[in-house]
Design a protein around this ligand. Sequence first.
Ligand SMILES: [Zn+2]
Length: 221
Amino acid sequence: MYPKTIQNFIEKFSKLPGIGPRQAARLAFWLLKGPKETRQNLKRALENLDKDARACELCHYVMDSSTSLTIKNDGNNNLPAGRHGCHFCDNPARDHATICVVEKETDLATIEKSGVYKGLYHVLGGLFSALDTAIPANLKMPELIKRIEGFKKSDKKIEEIILALSPNHEGDLTAYYLEKLLRPLKVKVTRLGRGLPYGSDVEFADAQTLSGALESRKEIK
Ligand SMILES: [Zn+2]
């Protein structure tokens, strides 16, 4: 129905989360009719993702490659000498004894906006699903274990791991596996408490609900 150029655009854009073929077609025509500058800016923003963004080696949150080089590693974190972390891992003002485990970057952003949490993060990059028979390779679970072991070996105190996973089936499964993996490390593991309705997503929680859930977090035993 559409010319090849538009079909190709629809095919690529409908792979994005939350975008179906119909929205992709609408986007294509909106962009095509708009100023060339909008398309150029989008193209540059996409190129910059490849060029300038990379994952923090510790927490796997995204960071700008360029700014990371200007941050001084003063030994207040768990990074090897000469390596640089993101503005959470490399920030001495954060509480380095608490790690909040989140599914995705946008969950981290919601928690930050609530303003009640001042510790470190660990971005898992997804959740366990009911169909998984082993830990999915893309989940940064082994990295979390290694990170905590590293903390312990270097005598840095680690007081609490907060599992800020959405209260749904996948979140429960992930919390279950994480708790099993973390148990031998003898570290306190808590999970977000009341307020978040079952089946909801951390990302879309409002600041008040999230701070309530953080304050009423429960220890997993
Ligand atoms: Zn980091």
